[in-house]
Write a protein that binds this ligand. Structure first.
Ligand code: PEP
Ligand code: MN
Length: 345
C-alpha cells in the first residue's frame, strides 16, 4: 500500500507514520514527489492495516497498490525516475550511450577502446571483468585485475564504468571499482545476487532474463529496490524465440509496455540481441524509436581477435556512424542527444 502524506505534513508526522509502519512489521520507503511525500509500504499482505495509518496526523490517504511489484510500479511513483551515474542521467528524455568491449581482455585493449569511445562521444564505458560464459572452456574474464583496468580507463577518460557482477560474494569488490553494477541476463533471477547487489545501494543496470516476462523482470527490479537501491535501469537484450536468424529477438515492444507500468528507465542492448554486427545499428535505432532511454553497445577495434563476442562488435567507424544517425533520429523525435564533450587527460 501507499501512504500519501499531506503537503503540509511535518517531519514529526512523517516519522510517526514510519514508526507505525515498522511497528506493524512492515518496511517503509519514503518517495519524495513534486509537492508531497508518499511512503511506500512493503511486507503487508492486504490493506486491512490501512486503518492503523489513515487516522494519523499528516496522512491524506492510504491507497492499495495492485501490482505484485510495488516500488518499481507507477502506482507508487507516477513520474519517471531519473537514475544518475556520475554525471550521466538516465530517464530525463535523453539517450545515454554506453559503449566498449564485451570483455576486458588486457590493459592495452581496454584503454585503447576507452580512448576511442570518449573521443567519439560515448557517455559511459562498458566491459566485463567477470564473464558468465556458456562454455567453461572459453575466456572467463580477468577478475579483479580487469576491474583495476576499468578504474584506470575511468581515470583517464572520465567515463563512468558499468561492469557485471556474477557472484554475491564478489559484489562489494566490484562495487569498489564500478560506477554501475550490471546484472546479466543469466542472473536476472539469481535472487541472492539481487539481494546483495541491492544492499550496496549503487546504481544497477539489470538485464532482462532471456525468457523473462515483463512482470518477472519488474519483480527482479523489486528485489534490488526493496533491498536498498532505487537506481535501477532495466536493459532489454533480446529474448529467446523460434527465430534462428539472430542470437536473440530484440523485443522492442517491451519498452512502451514497461513505461506504462513502471517509472524505471529502460535501455536496449542491440549487440547481445542480434549477435551480428550488421544488425546492431538498425536495432539500436529501433530501440530509440520505441522510447529507450539509452543503448548498450559492444565496440572493438580488432573484433577478429576479440576474446568474446567479436562478431557482434561494432568497429569504431561503425560506432561513429551510429552516433551520427542518432543525432539525426533523436532530433526528428524531439529527444535530446549530445555527445559527451570531454578531453582525454
Ligand atoms: C554483457 O553485456 O556482457 C552480457 C554478458 O550480456 P547478457 O547478460 O545480456 O548476455
Ligand atoms: Mn558479450
Amino acid at each position: 500500500m501507499l501512504v500519501i502524506m499531506d503537503a503540509r505534513a511535518s517531519d514529526e508526522d512523517i516519522q510517526r507514520v514510519e514508526n507505525r509502519i515498522h511497528e506493524l512489521g512492515y518496511k517503509s520507503h519514503p518517495i519524495p514527489g513534486a509537492s508531497r511525500l508518499a511512503i511506500g509500504v512493503t511486507g503487508n499482505r492486504g490493506i486491512e492495516d490501512r486503518i492503523y495509518l489513515e487516522g494519523l496526523p499528516g496522512v491524506q490517504q492510504v491507497i492499495p497498490v495492485t501490482k505484485p511489484y510495488k516500488l518499481a510500479s507507477r502506482e507508487i511513483k507516477p513520474e519517471n525516475s531519473l537514475v544518475t551515474v556520475g554525471d550521466v542521467v538516465f530517464g530525463n528524455g535523453g539517450v545515454v550511450m554506453i559503449a566498449g568491449p564485451c570483455a576486458v581482455e588486457n590493459r592495452d585493449q581496454t584503454l585503447r577502446i576507452a580512448d576511442l569511445m570518449v573521443s567519439l562521444g560515448a557517455h559511459m564505458l562498458r566491459g566485463g571483468a567477470y564473464k558468465p560464459r556458456t562454455s567453461p572452456y572459453t575466456f572467463q574474464g580477468l577478475g579483479e585485475p580487469g576491474l583495476e583496468i576499468l578504474a584506470e580507463a575511468r581515470e583517464r577518460t572520465g567515463l563512468p564504468v558499468v561492469t557485471e557482477v556474477v557472484d554475491p560474494g564478489l559484489a562489494p569488490l566490484v562495487a569498489q571499482y564500478a560506477d554501475m553494477l550490471q546484472i546479466g541476463t543469466r542472473n536476472m533471477q539469481n535472487f541472492e545476487l539481487l539481494k546483495e547487489v541491492g544492499k550496496l545501494g549503487k546504481p544497477v543496470l539489470m538485464k532482462r532474463g532471456m525468457s523473462a516476462t515483463l512482470d518477472e523482470t519488474l519483480m527482479s527490479a523489486e528485489y534490488l529496490m526493496s533491498n536498498g537501491t532505487h537506481d535501477v535501469v532495466v536493459c532489454e537484450r533480446g529474448v529467446r524465440t523460434f527465430a534462428s536468424h539472430a542470437r536473440n529477438t530484440l523485443d522492442v515492444s517491451v519498452i512502451p509496455a514497461l513505461k506504462q507500468v513502471s517509472h524505471l528507465p529502460i535501455i536496449v542492448d542491440p549487440s547481445h540481441a542480434s549477435g551480428n554486427r550488421t544488425s546492431v545499428i538498425p536495432l539500436a535505432l529501433a530501440g530509440v524509436g520505441a522510447g529507450a532511454d539509452g543503448l548498450l553497445v559492444d565496440v572493438h577495434d580488432d573484433p577478429a581477435h576479440a576474446l568474446v563476442d567479436g562478431p557482434q562488435a561494432l568497429l569504431p567507424e561503425d560506432f561513429e556512424q551510429l552516433m551520427t544517425l542518432l543525432e539525426n533520429v533523436t532530433s526528428a523525435l524531439g529527444r535530446r542527444f549530445e555527445r559527451r564533450q570531454v578531453a582525454i587527460g
